[in-house]
Design a protein around this ligand. Sequence first.
Ligand code: SAH
Ligand code: SF4
Length: 393
Amino acid sequence: MTANAPVTQDVLTIPRKLPEGGKINLVGLTREALHDVLVQHGTPEKQAKMRVNQIWQWIYGWGVRDFALMTNLAKPYRALLEEHFTVEIPEMVSKQVSEDGTRKYLVRIAGGHEVEVVYIPEDGRGTLCVSSQVGCTLTCSFCHTGTQKLVRNLTAGEIVGQIMMARDDLGEWPEKGAPKNETRLLSNIVLMGMGEPLYNFENVRDAMKIAMDGEGIALGRRRITLSTSGVVPEIHRTAQEIGCLLAVSFHATTDETRDKLVPINKKWNIKALLDALREYPKATNSERITFEYVMLNGVNDTDEDAHRLVKLLEGIPAKVNLIPFNEWPGAPYKRSSNNRIRAFATILMQAGYASPIRTPRGEDIMAACGQLKSATERARKSRAQIAAETGQA
Ligand code: SAH
Ligand code: SF4
């Protein structure tokens, strides 16, 4: 595969129904969908609203996934639920903990596929980096996930299930009846794991709605950041239907370079992307759009690039997040030097843009941005290896 591979979004999405006994998994259903399946399977319409609230609180408020433990429901009703439904989240296959405390989980989903989820602790709080697809149909040339062939969309349950799994691991579910726990080890979500979230819009939206629901996981919309490579037609919807913060993988200041780094640029170029961002209804000074910019030695890191970037950002409430390139086996780029990154940041700051340099976390366990690729896939050859062997480098 090369960076010039066509942009495609032909990916498989599996139905919500899990194969196991034909039972319906309740995790990932919106409140409306939960209401509907309960009614379809014997809950009287009159009671349905109350039952939705009760079940919702058990699952998302207290992390209880065994109907038998849902003690405010009558026993026969629990048996009815048991007969038709399951409450399942993806299975944690392994956990690695970095020297810096970053945790990387390998998670198995239906069909035996695997995705990675990363928890990054910071001063008693922490950010969970969630995946939206197995692999990614896009082929950004600096991204390890982009070298993964196998792609499938995650269901809403598999996306919110990653958050629930992390809460399990962090021991962060409050006891029933306890006051709302304000210390949040898992305080923020970034959709920056594997996959392009805007190519799996509905599932990502439903999962984030569940994560934001005040009666459950209750993360505020400003605690969630969705990162996109630039799926222009879906950007507007992100503001309207999810309402979270937006980050954009910008990474280059000319179409020529961006075409190579982020090939979706050939479909929606820099101008089209910036036009969409200028109209992003949620962009305000308090909710600025984050421009992610990976620092690649000799590729996109000159002073001219920094000045061009400043020009391009005009009129958009923006901040820039400079990401030192995280290397992976066979990667075709090198990280810019610290001096180069600082010089680039200085130009942006002098133009009035906050431009923090992202500290790579969990590098020793390959958990840093762009290093994710499921273990089974990682064992396969890298794009560079394949290209070298076939003479297409
Ligand atoms: N598909 C989405 C979200 C996942 S990637 C997107 O592309 O925005 C999350 C961030 O990590 C993106 O900004 C991506 O460009 C960046 N990234 C990918 N590979 C990287 C690498 N090897 N080093 C540093 N950042 C990388
Ligand atoms: Fe996909 Fe994002 Fe990686 Fe590009 S950077 S290949 S869009 S995960």
